[in-house]
Ligand binder design. Structure first.
Ligand SMILES: NC(=O)c1ccc[n+]([C@@H]2O[C@H](COP(=O)([O-])OP(=O)(O)OC[C@H]3O[C@@H](n4cnc5c(N)ncnc54)[C@H](OP(=O)(O)O)[C@@H]3O)[C@@H](O)[C@H]2O)c1
Length: 313
């Protein structure tokens, strides 16, 4: 028996990554024909495409003829960008520009995922029209990527988002989930940043926003330009760690708040809160409460199996 293939086609880059996996699932489960691209982790589920290979990019876009492309692939670790600036710029800027050009060639609507790190964090909250001023090279490459996609394809949406968490393959995959072992191993005191104000955002919520934006755009071609999306719970890393402890009924007295600005690694904005009212006015958005979202993401990594039984069964 024939299985009906949905007529709306979406291509997702970075579909093996933290955000891309959620974006692929969201479209796939909502009546879109979704093709995901990965690179090192692509096999066996996704197409293996090196985004630096412009012929491979051209070929897959012309074969699949997507209506929408969600571009999640990037080098997003600020310290890696600082140590390998040329490679990061190739992926974050040059490959994004090329993708935008190819998207224009087939009339696809491109959603380029960007970051709150385009702002310096001195006068929050930031609207889409506020002037960016990235403090670190990661933010600079993402901002250059924004400019490059908009120059090469006027029909593009730039979606800026803050720090992400969600279902991870390894705790180190997200700057939020990476704290879990420090929270769990309460026999050792742990210093936690209590200076940078952050808005942890669930990848499922960003994925829903991408789909809603794509579907709105199918009906209304004026949907393009820059947009902001973010969770609305303001927390430092110390406060996130305490909330994680609370979500699993674990102690938090071993966690120590550090209120000085960090001296190691790439510079970070103090508070780059994104104003999301533009998307909200379009009726677009979804926000999972942090404690519920983090519990769902972290329970497979609980060391004390007794908690799994008492808390979840
Ligand atoms: N994570 C955050 O907290 C955060 C915050 C704000 C904004 N963002 C933005 O959100 C987007 C998604 O971030 P993420 O955390 O999901 O990233 P991620 O987990 O690090 O995933 C990166 C993705 O890029 C792919 N990739 C790397 N090099 C590639 C290449 N040469 N060709 C093709 N694909 C390549 C990787 O594929 P393989 O692994 O298969 O090689 C992977 O799917 C990025 O644009 C990032 O700037 C992230």
């Amino acid at each position: 028996e024939d299985v009906a293939v949905p007529s709306r086609r979406v291509l997702i880059t970075g579909a093996t990554g933290l955000l891309g996996r959620a974006v692929f699932k969201e479209f796939n489960e909502n009546n879109w024909n979704a093709v995901g691209c990965g690179y090192r982790r692509a096999q066996p589920r996704f197409e293996q495409i090196n985004l630096l290979d412009s012929i491979a990019v051209h070929d897959i876009i012309h074969e699949f003829q997507p209506h929408v492309i969600v571009h999640c692939a990037a080098e997003r670790r600020p310290d890696v960008v600082e140590s390998q600036p040329d490679a990061a710029s190739q992926l974050n800027v040059a490959a994004s520009a090329n993708l935008a050009k190819e998207a224009a060639g087939v009339g696809a609507f491109l959603i380029y995922i960007s970051t709150d790190y385009v702002f310096d964090g001195t006068s929050p909250p930031y609207k889409e029209t506020d002037v960016p001023n990235p403090l670190n090279l990661y933010g600079k490459t993402k901002l250059e990527g924004e400019k490059a996609v908009l120059e090469n394809n006027e029909e593009t949406a730039v979606l800026r988002i803050p720090v992400l968490y969600g279902e991870v393959e390894r705790l180190e995959e997200s700057a939020v989930t990476v704290m879990f072992d420090k929270v769990q191993f309460s026999n050792k005191s742990a210093n936690m940043d209590h200076w940078q104000q952050r808005f942890p955002t669930n990848v499922k919520d960003v994925a829903a926003v991408c789909r809603q934006l794509a579907e709105k755009r199918m009906l209304d071609p004026s949907i393009k330009g820059t947009f902001h999306w973010s969770g609305n719970e303001q927390m430092t890393k110390y406060e996130m760690a305490c909330a994680i402890a609370d979500a699993f009924n674990l102690p938090s007295s071993h966690l120590r708040p550090i209120t000085d600005s960090p001296v190691v690694g790439a510079l970070r904005p103090k508070n780059a809160q994104l104003d999301c009212s533009k998307l909200e006015m379009l009726g677009i958005g979804q926000r999972t409460p942090f404690r519920a979202g983090i519990r769902e993401s972290l329970w497979p990594f609980l060391v004390d199996k007794r908690w799994r039984q008492t808390v979840f069964h």
